[in-house]
Design a protein around this ligand. Sequence first.
Ligand code: GDP
Ligand code: ZN
Length: 294
Amino acid sequence: MTVTLVEGLVLKNYNSFYYVQDNIKNLYECRIRGKVKTRIVSGDRVLITPLEDGKGVLEKLLPRKNELIRPKIANVSVVLIVMASEKPAPSLMLLDRLLFLTIYSKLSPVIVLNKSDLPWDNKARTIMDYYPRSGFEFIITSTKKGIGIEKLKETINNQIAVLAGPSGVGKSSLLNTLYDGRTVETQEISRKLGRGKHTTRHVELYPLNSGGWIADTPGFSVLELPSIRREDLTHYFPDFASYSNTCRFANCLHYKEKECGVKQAVLEETIIPERYNNYVAMLEEVIENERCYK
Ligand code: GDP
Ligand code: ZN
């Protein structure tokens, strides 16, 4: 008798069991076949042999599209970069770093401005004015008022999403709002229980009824810049591209050069000075890193 293998997605790995969801949303608790040598992580697509009672055997890892290192998770498509319109006020430096890391990792960034029910900080207005106009995907949400949640679900659309952003902006609250099955600890609860959130837990993917999955652990916990060449940094600032056509030098760093289209756009404020300054700060870091590696 031949048993057909079933393709599925690893939602979590717990006590040497792998929880695998197939394409028609059955969940299998799987042990792993000894010959599978690669470490399997949440987000991996695998082949399993289904057994009785929702059990199965994980037979084979299918090719990964990509892999985040910290947290360990495979096949992510979307990074929801969450900022709050107030409490805490947005950090444009953090936003620009997260945008860079997302684009560098070949993932799609979506800027989520949460707590839109609160009065808006000036930085929140800047984000709202600049980023959508410059081609970034942008969603205004409030978990308190249920604003923007449908749009967020549409954006996730059968893909794997991770949340990123500073503490307190509402990542856990968004996860709870998107995933109506179970409650994940918010800051308040973990404070009451007197422990930090997400301490050395494995990543779990939560399947959304509307399609797609969202990871319960924020992405990009480490914000170090990868070692790239200084002339490559600008490639990860897609909003600079149309202005760099008029730079005098083809490999312009938009730094100390004269006749620079990007710097001209900053003078005319079509590129906001904050974003340009963040670019320069990152560029100087990249240059500093080049020195260290030499
Ligand atoms: P996290 O640290 O990013 O996971 O943030 P939490 O989800 O733990 O939320 C931090 C605080 O912000 C909690 O007190 C939430 O109740 C509150 N919060 C979350 N979303 C909203 C929102 O849309 N509006 C308002 N006013 N408060 C929110
Ligand atoms: Zn330039």
